[in-house]
Design a protein around this ligand. Sequence first.
Ligand code: FUB
Ligand code: ZN
Length: 666
Amino acid sequence: MIHNKPTRRRWSSLAVATCITVFANCTQGQPVKTVTCVPFWKVQVTEGLWSARLEANRNGTIPASLAFCESSKRIDNFAIAGKLKEGKFTGLHFNDSDVYKVIEGAAYILKVRPDAELEKYIDGVIAKFAAAQQSDGYLDTYFTIARADQRFRHIQHSPRHELYCMGHLIEAGAAHYEVTGKKNLLTVAMKLADHIGSVFGPEKRHEVPEHQQLESALIRLYRATGEKRYLKLGQFFIDQRGAPGRRKNPASYSQDHMPVRKQSEIVGHAVRAMYNCAGMADLYMETGDAELLAACHRLWESTTRRKMYLTGGVGATAHGEAFGEDYQLPNASAYAETCAAIGLVFFAHRMWQISPNGEYIDVLERALYNGMLGGVSLIGDGFFYVNRLASSGKEGRGATRRTWFGCACCPSNVCRFIPIVPGYAYGHRDDKLYVNMYLPGRAKVKMDTGEVTLIQQTKYPWDGRIKITVEPARDAEFTLKMRIPSWTSVNPVGGNLYRYADNADMGVGLKVNGNDQEMKIGNGYASVRRKWTSGDTISLILPMPVRRVLAHEKVTANTGRVALQRGPVVYCAEGKDNADKAIEIVLDDGMALEAEYCKELLGGVSVVTGKLPGGREFAAIPYFARANRGASEMNVWFKRTQTGPPTNDKKEDTNEIEGHFDGDGH
Ligand code: FUB
Ligand code: ZN
């Protein structure tokens, strides 16, 4: 998803189907003034962790995923449905969705690295989508090839993800148009959306997709085209979910148990739930419907304050791939699907756009660096679907990365997610410029006060020193808001689900042009207002000791246990570094822990080390980097003893990274 400010472009040159549906009962309202995000293609990442991840996505994940879409015959299904080829449908009934997601990701790549060959290939796949689309706009290869008489007959009973797949096509169509300006996929998306609108609606059929995605996709299509009927259709589906008088999907599993505006507890299938919340937040942005926002707030709290892993993973149980009860966060059986962490990022970012409070980015960052990033290997071609927090190293897909899955929702989601990560870094509204992510590179921001270039130098997340050079096109007064991550304070994240054993606020330092700066801290940001001149610098120092984390006493899985975090990164021990034994490690509060940056290890990571009783070496690596050297025991929550007082690694210089800054407060 791209979260730049909704555009209101009119769509004129394309003939659209004439099924104009009037949704008299839709809540009408005014769009909300949200924060405008700097799109990912305006944020150049020049080095460091995200540069490597983007590279791995471009060179590893996307090419490998396209190859799997070919070899698994996912792409052939379109050619067969389009009568370009003879054959039968192959694979799972929702395999179309994977192809759409990979193509969406590949389109993002084109935006930052034009590549004629890739573009030609994408256009060829889009031509197959267009061939598979029926004359009335319908597009789903499973039904077209295998069960043409059953179209839209399985929305409620034995659902087949028809509307979910369609949602992904529509999202890919809007995205492809946004980044390439080409209309070949958008045309297919609009025709499909119009077909859906001719079947479902207030005076038509009232079912909702059993797996959300279509809702946000339709709203994105509206933003790309300016065509209100797509917003109304998206709104219809959101309003219908859980509406009284409708026969429901498997109720809470699909968040269909009560109207979304009444929901308070996050329940059911975790990916659906997160996409549901993202769709609700999208609709709020377009309508200002306060009831929807209130529900989003309640569901946010339920998710992040009672049901979220320290890693930002959500969906604790394999049963229904679902959220469990409050505080039910088992480690060895954690489900925490990669897609669900991506969904949480989508939800968090929309909430932040609505009200730019750092708490949303704290969660986004946690899910990003841990629950999500761990879902893909360092070179980009090995995936986790479930993300355990403890593993014997032997239990199949929880322990070993796979190159692809029969149900490949996670790898294909990774394809389209990683390229947009730089788009989470900056945003602006009025005369405020928000810096959310610390990553080295250059960004161009079009503020109301004029264009501003930001040049960021940092080794984050391995080092908490950040320096930004501000280059407004001409001198301009505005407020620069630097995010102060919650991990620097008493609790690693909002609420009391987790707390630091040291119970300390680390404090932060801020300088402007090398001079200490008085700062206003509020809503998770340090704000500096001044007339900015080209070459001004702002430097932030976020202390990054290794910190011990404790869970709320109701998280019984973590009773008597402690986890390690440094900056935004959650750590785990692997058998590989710990004499094959990670599960039984006991960490005493008095044991000194140090962090050291190891350039050669796992693509360059900070490693946490200490000495266990008896002199055995202890080493922990970032959770996201686990299982990149084969499977072995792995553990996040260690048994804890308390013979000494909680110790922080105050020796910041052990983690010194060379060639870092050129003075100015560093
Ligand atoms: O059902 C489509 C996707 O596959 C879901 O989002 C995942 O949980 C997996 O079931
Ligand atoms: Zn998935």
